[in-house]
Design a protein around this ligand. Sequence first.
Ligand SMILES: [Zn+2]
Ligand SMILES: [Zn+2]
Length: 224
Amino acid sequence: MITVKTFYLNELRECCYILSDETKECVIVDPGISSKSEQDRIVKYISSENLKPVKLLCTHGHFDHVMGNRFITDTYGIPTYIHPADKELLKVAKSTCLLFAIAIKEPSLETEDLKDGDTVTFGHSSLQVISTPGHTWGSVLFYNPEEKICLTGDTVFAGSCGRTDLPEGDNKAMCKSLTEIIAKKISPDTILYPGHGPDTTMEEELAHNPYLRKDVWMGFNLDL
Ligand SMILES: [Zn+2]
Ligand SMILES: [Zn+2]
């Protein structure tokens, strides 16, 4: 049974998630840690729950999601998993943070590749990797169909989807990824945990999120 703990971090209120199970092993997803107090909140939770971090997972490489990567890998000595297409974003995370007057340590570039169809494991649990390029080239979802949870990064938000106007964004790829999410089988009773904002359910988004409504997409007559 997976427990999901949410932390809202940094000025962009990015969602960092810690997923653990009965073995006490855990994965840390998108540690956008920007301050000592945020470091302390994460460390305190992990130690108070007696958790053993085993992997750092990245839904994508944007600075607001990776600014605490180095702190996590230094503190726990665990490997970073990211889609190779977003490794370029890890390289510029430090300089991008400086634009927001945030000094960070460079994220480790020694990473393990995530690709579509992979399974990431911890304890007795596993997460399917679903590649969803669009917000960035290397955006992925982490999905567990048995426990009906899906971490959607900046691809799907409650009522919206991630922006595609940045240089690493691609609107057409996002359209394709969203239509695949609709078609794919993320069951309606799945809880979605986005990279920003509140959690939601697939059922709610299929009904009300304009970017996930099949009838809306069909009106565009996209050649996908
Ligand atoms: Zn992003
Ligand atoms: Zn973000």
